[in-house]
Ligand binder design. Structure first.
Ligand code: 5GP
Length: 201
């Protein structure tokens, strides 16, 4: 795949409402130098979202053209919209030694693991289904059909947590971010990551 092996590719998944964005926001505040890949999507922009920051928003026809051009590391159709991870920028960041987060759903995570087995995968879970529902309702971004669809998807996704290397409960945000930091720190201390350093000693 030629993605380089310097930075860590960290896949972060979890059902909508598990708090992935909040966790990533908390990690950004800590200024660890970890970058987040910006995905492309065909879903409508939500209030407060910014094109090129939250996602690159586009239409299905353009997205399909990018698919043909092999632009994506992975892509899926989720809740009737396309979502995809642009490949080249990630490649550059990893080669520069930068750790990169992919905030993607379970199908895409599985595809990343196939093409990039070194990727570390972390599954964020809410403390309970009730909390998940509360968080989704609180967002107020879903109509009833979309809400029910997301709960059904969430249940299915939760059953796939076993495909991940790590599972972290997001009950208290700061504690959850601490756990993710501990995982990243430990992954950097793996022998394979330290081998070049040791050989230079
Ligand atoms: P949302 O519409 O709530 O922003 O995202 C819906 C789901 O799509 C979330 O689970 C999010 O992590 C996932 N997602 C966002 N970007 C990508 C992507 O590039 N690839 C895949 N496979 N999933 C994505």
């Amino acid at each position: 795949m030629g993605l380089g092996n310097k930075g860590l590719l960290i896949v972060l998944s979890g059902p909508a409402g598990a708090g992935k964005d909040a966790v990533l926001g908390e990690l950004r505040k800590r200024e660890l130098g970890i970058k987040q890949s910006i995905s492309m999507t065909t879903r409508a922009m939500r209030v407060g979202e910014v094109d090129g920051v939250d996602y690159f928003f586009t239409d299905a026809q353009t997205f399909e053209k990018y698919i043909e051009e092999d632009y994506f590391l992975e892509y899926v159709k989720y809740n009737n919209n396309y979502y995809g991870t642009p490949k080249r920028k990630i490649q550059e960041m990893l080669e520069e030694g930068v750790d990169v987060f992919l905030k993607i759903e379970v199908e895409g995570a599985g595809n990343v693991r196939k093409t990039f087995p070194e990727a570390i995968s972390i599954f964020i879970v809410p403390p309970s289904i009730d909390v998940l529902k509360e968080r989704l309702r609180g967002r107020g971004t879903e109509d009833e059909e979309s809400f029910n669809n997301r709960i059904a998807i969430a249940r299915d996704e939760l059953s796939r947590a076993k495909e991940y290397n790590y599972v972290v409960i997001n009950d208290e945000l700061s504690a959850c971010a601490d756990d993710v930091c501990a995982i990243i720190s430990a992954e950097h201390s793996r022998y394979e990551k330290m081998e070049a350093f040791l050989n230079n000693m």
